[in-house]
Design a protein around this ligand. Sequence first.
Ligand code: GTP
Ligand code: MG
Length: 357
Amino acid sequence: RKYDPYRPSIQTFDLITRDASFLCAELLPNPAEETRKLALLQRLSEISAETFGDAEVLPFGSSGNGLALANADMDVCVFLNAKEGEEEVSPAEFVERIGDRLEKEPDFENVLQLRKARVPIVKLNHINGIACDIGYQNDLAIWNTRLLRAYCKADRRVRDIVVIVKQWAKKRRINNPYTGSLSSYAYVLLVIHVLQRRGVLPNLQATVEGNGQVPFWDCQGFNRYFFEDISRLSRYWQPTPESLKQSVGELLYEFFRYFASEFRYATHVVSIRKGGLLTKEMKEWTKDHTQAQADSKPNVKNRYLFCIEDPFELDHNVGRPVDRYSLFTIRGEFMRAAKILSKNGDGAIARLCVERH
Ligand code: GTP
Ligand code: MG
């Protein structure tokens, strides 16, 4: 590891850890919110069943992986089991039919059908205060949600670190893929990457029972295998003794320091699947290009400035929205964060998450 002249003292780390744990307790959703989410899920299941017959509604994203902040949107995905001989419902048709149906229901507001998006969805608000995105037949989203949940279970420190990083990114306005910054999903992958490097987390996609080979479990052409039964993880993998001593404060500092000054944006690709770094050359992620989409959907601009490999969809750069300008802003925020945490532990978490205007 490189010598770090700015590295704060253990006392500073302890203060950061204490404040981080207070802030997390404030930011996590309360039981009442969880109950409202469950009720909404139930309601959507009924409506989907009435509209399509055999349907299953599953939460994904933060409502499924245990990493939600209070008042987070709920992401759900509907799966239809087409009967023998029945024509499959296309994503655009799904969005139209369920959207039209929900518009008629009195407890849903602002129902918006995004039929032509790369991933067609319906957006809406429920009158119980929850905003919700409804997607369709997205198996990989369910699997990556379960993968993130497994990482979260593997070590108690993961959730606190993710919650603080999400809050920081929201307050600093670098958590919006539509304006060139990163999704929450991307930040979680970055956190897992740093924790793997420090021996806090294993690589669950390379962990296998006994000394067998990594199996291939096909999902839309990708391998969705990972070691999911975390209660048995200690038989196959142990954190390094050094990593057990690191506090949430220290790991938070390391996270920001790593992306402020160690990670090489020009050459490297973050890969939690590999448990480390790949290069852009290895992945042939060297040239930006525009990807044409079928059926008059808008073209997607693939950029490779900040490269974060999706753990399953290996040709997908989760950092794709990042352009030259937003990369500059994001790196500036990593530097600001590392600097704040390296100074005075007291109040550092509050300063870190100060709203940017
Ligand atoms: P919050 O909504 O901020 O609480 O975070 P989240 O954990 O729900 O993450 P986010 O809304 O960014 O992503 C939701 C889910 O979309 C992820 O858990 C993935 O399952 C799926 N997803 C897959 N690929 C992508 C991607 O490239 N971008 C985004 N945004 N989501 C993806
Ligand atoms: Mg979400």
